[in-house]
Design a protein around this ligand. Structure first.
Ligand code: BGC
Length: 705
């Protein structure tokens, strides 16, 4: 079926504008505006889609109003932020990115889409593809980290998983287009001031990949680029997105963003704001009511034409058609829907546990503190996040089953039924009371194993959750100091939406695991790692700074003319800290060791890089091999390392596996002086290894003609 014949021709102006109006149902409000009773507007055909309404009964009731009580019976669609799971919550995207496994990324998206569709949802405002190199920015938690190649692979996997073949799943929305992650000083919603080159090289590729994967929708960022808010950025929204990349889906504004054009200082009133957004290419107005209130006036003033409006309406109707809503408006909210069988729900939970386990990064493990011995003796489980099931869900879990998240304490009890576990909070997440620290110290002294659960509250990352300090909040550093001072090997489980600067803890703790926010199965997955039921394999999708003063920080930077030399004053460095991070991009240990062979390069039609990986450890495990390049002499200074491929391998103990990376000449293209791609003849350096730590990489060179 297609959009009913001449539907557009039958619509009044108000009905057309209605299709462009998306309103919230108050279930979850992310902006400052709250919607009132929408039923009258809905009956008048002045609402085209809704966000934050879910559940088959609720969505069916709203759909019935649209289909049966409006003049033209055009179905609504329902959208929600399903950022890392709908009811079953998977790890936050920054964590999941660290699994470096597109097949896994796709699986969790497919599961989230299945759950969402079963609850009446047609569309989600996911995937979030903002490259982020500044951990002050709370939204770093929501995206795939610092690297554009990883971001592009993540984009494709997520869009495929969410939408399925030809939109048999739910529609995905790639957001926030574009460069939102570069908000100045890591402050949410702040201005963005980067070069067109950085935009092209770093921020655009994940979005282009999403478009190539046929993403149904795009959401512009709240921020501006070069003084033009993305919501009004015609060149990027229409020129690049539709013109250059051939995007034919819908552009949905962010929450209230069209109204914010006034505050940005580019529109004098709502009519001007509406005209700017529509002309730029924004089809749907989410919660600004700028189209509803401003477009008729904009039309009167000649700021827009009715054909501008028609083009946007046609795209919205087309999306509804692609979603199958003209065929069956109740497709995802049918009264006949049968609840998913328990086996499917359980299988999904198993995916959540596996994904969480594959997202836990073993940052350090001195003296083989982990895994715990088979008979661990008495365990002191200390800290504000030891028994914090709700926090484990992370910042976006609007529909998550809040009571169902497994805390570390419950997970450990289930994994070690006979063990004596003494649980002491020691300090709260953000409070200043230090009186609990004495009990934590006493428990430490009594214990054979000390596990310290530290970090952030879930709400300290995500939207509107930037932090000027990226350290342990409250009195947790003091708690850690006191426990670490007892001289026992301490295992630190760190939960956070960003890398945390805590150099003293890294100095003194035996083991540290970056757990991020692992989701519904947190405690089980963490226990799996602690007792060695799984062999850690996750790696950092972001560089981990030592101190907030080093940010923004990333592995892929230019050398500059005076690269850091610790003994020479006039080089690019700090007086009080090295430039190097606490942990490199890609860092992550396992319960064993892997080695990689010197690469060899064969240049033919393609460029083949051969190497081999050996599992030197005593148990089966997985690792990720990264292939980086450097173009040492080019017309535009190139970064010291650029990621070109990554490959996850699972190897038995002692197993050696050959690995061939195939690259094309175009992999060595970069944006020339005019930002058009060029390939310059000359030497190329290739590196393989397990992280961006340059000292540990193995390299080869070849000539590109
Ligand atoms: C966020 C978006 C989100 C939208 C709808 C906004 O505040 O920036 O990421 O999709 O709210 O909830």
């Amino acid at each position: 079926m297609t959009v009913p014949a001449d539907l557009l021709g039958k619509m009044t102006l108000a009905e057309k504008i209605g299709q462009l109006n998306m309103v919230t149902a108050d279930h979850a409000v992310t902006g400052p505006m709250v919607a009132g009773d929408m039923s009258a507007a809905m009956r008048a055909g002045r609402i085209g889609s809704m966000l934050n309404l879910w559940g088959v009964e609720a969505t069916r009731a709203a759909q019935r109003t649209a289909v049966e009580e409006t003049r033209l019976g055009i179905p609504l669609f329902f959208g929600l932020d399903v950022i890392h799971g709908f009811r079953t919550i998977f790890p936050i995207p920054l964590a999941e990115a660290g699994a470096f496994d597109p097949a896994l990324w796709e699986t969790t998206a497919r599961e989230a889409a299945a759950e969402s569709a079963a609850a009446g949802l047609d569309l989600t405002f996911t995937p979030m593809l903002d490259i982020a190199r500044d951990p002050r920015w709370g939204r770093i938690a929501e995206g795939p980290g610092e690297d554009p190649l990883v971001g592009a692979a993540f984009a494709k996997a997520k869009v495929r998983g969410l939408q399925g073949d030809r939109l048999t799943g739910i529609a995905a929305t790639a957001k926030h287009y574009v460069a939102y992650g570069a908000s100045v000083a890591g402050r949410d919603y702040a201005t963005v001031d980067i070069s067109a080159r950085t935009l092209a090289e770093l921020y655009l590729p994940p979005f282009q990949a999403a478009v190539e994967a046929d993403v149904a929708a795009i959401m512009p960022a709240f921020t501006d680029f070069d003084g033009v808010p993305l919501t009004a950025h015609r060149q990027l929204l229409t020129g690049t997105l539709r013109g250059q990349w051939g995007f034919s889906g819908v552009v949905i504004s962010d929450y209230g963003a069209i109204g914010e054009l006034l505050c940005h200082g580019v529109a004098g009133d709502l009519a001007e704001a509406a005209a700017l957004a529509l002309k730029a290419g924004v089809d749907i107005d989410m919660m600004a009511f700028a189209y509803d209130r401003g477009l008729p006036e904009a039309l009167r003033r000649g700021l827009v034409t009715e054909s501008d409006i028609d083009a946007a309406v046609a795209r919205v109707l087309n999306l509804k058609d692609r979603l199958g809503l003209f065929d069956d408006p109740y497709r995802r909210c049918s009264p006949d829907a049968v609840p998913e069988p328990a086996s499917i729900v359980a299988a999904r939970m198993a995916v959540a546990r596996e994904t969480a386990g594959r997202s836990l990064v073993l940052l350090q493990n001195r003296g083989g503190a982990l895994p715990l011995p088979a008979a661990p003796g008495r365990i002191a489980l200390i800290g504000p996040l030891a028994d914090a099931g709700t926090e484990m869900l992370g910042p976006w879990s609007a529909a998550g089953e809040r009571t169902a998240a497994v805390s570390v304490l419950s997970g450990l009890r289930a994994a070690l039924p006979g063990a004596l576990i003494e649980h002491v909070e020691g300090a709260t997440l953000e409070g200043v009371d230090t009186t609990g620290i004495a009990a934590a110290v006493a428990a430490t002294d009594r214990a054979d194993q000390v596990i310290l659960c530290l970090g952030e509250a879930a709400g300290m990352s995500g939207e509107a959750a930037s932090r000027a300090r990226i350290d342990l909040p409250g009195r947790q550093a003091q708690l850690a100091d006191a426990v670490l001072a007892r001289g026992k090997p301490v295992i630190v489980l760190l939960f956070s939406g960003r890398p945390i600067a805590m150099p003293k803890v890294f100095d003194k703790a035996a083991a540290v695991v970056a757990c991020w926010f692992p989701g519904s199965e947190a405690g089980h997955a963490v226990a799996d790692l602690l007792i060695g039921r799984i062999n850690p394999s996750a790696r950092l999708a972001v560089t981990w700074p030592r101190h907030v003063g080093q940010v923004p920080i990333a592995y892929s930077v230019r050398s500059g003319g005076r690269p850091e030399k610790p003994t020479e004053k006039y080089t690019s460095k700090y007086l009080d800290l090295p430039n190097s991070p606490q942990f490199d991009f890609g860092h992550g240990l396992s319960y064993g060791a892997f080695s990689v062979a010197e690469p060899t390069v064969t240049v033919a039609d393609s460029i083949l890089v051969d190497t081999a990986v050996t599992n030197e450890g005593e148990r089966r495990g997985a690792t990720t091999v990264f292939l980086f390049m450097r173009d040492p002499v080019a017309s535009i200074a190139r970064p010291v390392l650029e990621l070109k491929r990554f490959e996850r391998l699972e190897l038995d103990a002692g197993e050696r596996r050959s690995l061939t990376f195939r690259l094309e000449r175009t992999d060595f293209a970069f944006a020339g002086a005019d930002l058009e791609p060029v390939i310059e003849p000359g030497e190329i350096e290739i590196y393989v290894g397990f992280s961006a730590d340059r000292a540990a990489l193995r390299g080869a060179r070849f000539l590109i003609a």
